[in-house]
Design a protein around this ligand. Structure first.
Ligand code: GFB
Length: 420
């Protein structure tokens, strides 16, 4: 009897210390206080492909924390911010919030580190259907104001006065708020955030302006593991494969681009051939205005493409572009009959299901599988295609090429070779 009572008391004590009850009205549920949740958000004007890079910086931190012995750090989950209000998307046709599962294979992401969607965070707390989330801490990152003047680039962080007035609502949801917001001047890699996490026992932390943190090590094995885990979802990949099959005589079997089912089983290779087409990423819209010295005119684009097609003895070019149809037709009209010019136009049902973001991903997948790729200088959209081609095993000279404004002064893109 005594032993039973003692055991009961021990269990009760453990429960009291490690598990608090979450109660609402008369219903109670055991929460899992040992879990900590890291939310993050990115500077609103940043586009889809820079946001993918910011994700990699944070998920590499999660991967590291998962393997630490420190119980205050190894129970973190990264909460994926829904895709919302991106400036490049025309929102009349796009729903306000799109989950990551729409575009990515979540299981594949989770093989690298613990990540969950925002809606899963809420459903974790079922059955109460929380209608409000008050984040324990919001840290708004900002650059040190003196960093560029003094040239002091040492790794450091400090709670400072906010450079801009803080937001009061997060992810464009009226019901996600916080009572504790601090601005932190920060310079350093994502791993440096641990120092901040260790100074608080907050369970829900939001990092605003997460683009301020740097990669721990750019281009190392962990970087590439996080990148390889970012597989697009099966349905989107199938749409791109069907297009390659139907119009470009391209398939993974013929092109030697078959990947393992699971990215963890991939091995180094450099023998991808690619489909018999040249792929070009032609970034227009804001780039035409903002990068006058880098973006070539259509006569130049035509001559660079046709020259490369002749050199490679190819007849088909696939052009991924954000340019309006009229502009694209102007470029297309320059090509004579010996060349076939393709662009992916989504059927209405695919457009409705995947929106602009999905169509852009389909463009990227098709570019990734081409025999030869020419991108747009400094576009993160092109960078992600280059990485995908590294993963597929293409030779680097078929990947790191860009359209030039001026052939006598054309900067080749940096080569970031995959590491396993
Ligand atoms: O991906 P992204 O941010 O890369 O490009 P950059 C912006 C968006 O434009 C993409 C659309 O997410 C797509 O919605 N887009 C660009 C395209 N190229 C294509 C294409 O070939 N096909 C399709 N379907 N859509 C940066 C931004 O853009 O440009 C920064 O991330 C900033 O925030 C900077 O605005 C000037 O690196 O090209």
């Amino acid at each position: 009897m005594l032993i039973r009572t003692i055991s009961f008391l021990i269990i009760l004590l453990i429960n009291l210390v490690f598990c608090e009850d979450v109660c609402y009205k008369d219903k109670c549920q055991k929460s899992t206080p040992q879990n900590r949740y890291l939310f993050y958000d990115v500077n609103p004007p940043e586009g889809f492909n820079l946001r993918r890079d910011v994700y990699m910086r944070l998920v590499s931190l999660m991967h590291k924390l998962k393997h630490t012995n420190n119980p205050d750090l190894n129970k973190f989950k990264l909460v994926l911010p829904p895709w919302s209000h991106l400036v490049h998307w025309r929102y009349r046709e796009t729903p306000e919030y799109l989950p990551w599962s729409k575009f990515f294979d979540i299981e594949s992401l989770q093989r690298f580190a613990p990540v969950i969607e925002l809606h899963e965070y809420f459903s974790d707390l079922e059955p109460f259907k929380y209608t409000k989330l008050i984040l324990d801490r919001v840290y708004i990152l900002q650059h040190f104001e003196d960093m560029f003047e003094t040239g002091n680039f040492e790794e450091r962080w400090k709670v400072e006065k906010c450079h801009k007035p803080p937001k009061l609502k997060y992810f464009y949801y009226a019901n996600i708020t916080s009572n504790t917001v601090k601005c932190i001047s920060f310079h350093g890699p994502a791993t440096k955030l641990q120092e901040i996490f260790l100074k608080t026992n907050a369970r829900t932390i939001l990092i605003e302006h997460a683009e301020v943190v740097l990669h721990n090590t750019f281009g190392d094995k962990i970087y590439w593991q996080s990148r390889r885990s970012m597989r697009f979802n099966v349905k989107i990949r199938k749409i791109a494969s069907d297009f390659r099959n139907s119009y470009l005589n391209s398939s993974d079997e013929l092109d030697n681009t078959i990947l393992e089912q699971n990215w963890e089983d991939e091995k180094p290779k450099r023998n991808a051939i690619g489909g018999p087409y040249l792929a070009v990423h032609l970034r227009r819209r804001d780039f035409v205005r903002a990068r006058v010295n880098e973006i070539p005119d259509f006569n130049s684009v035509y001559s660079q493409i046709s020259k490369k097609l002749d050199e490679l003895k190819l007849h088909s070019v696939f052009i991924a572009t954000d340019s309006p149809e009229k502009e694209f037709n102007e470029l297309k009209s320059k090509f004579d009959k010996k060349y076939e010019v393709y662009r992916y136009i989504a059927p209405p049902e695919i457009e409705k299901e995947y929106h602009e973001a999905g169509v852009a991903i389909i463009d990227q997948i098709i570019c990734s599988h081409a025999r030869y790729f020419i991108g747009t200088s400094e576009s993160t959209f092109s960078f992600r295609i280059q990485e995908e081609r590294e993963i597929l095993g293409f030779r680097t000279n078929t990947t790191y090429n860009v359209l030039c404004k001026n052939k006598n002064n054309c900067k080749k893109p940096s080569v970031w070779q995959i590491v396993y």
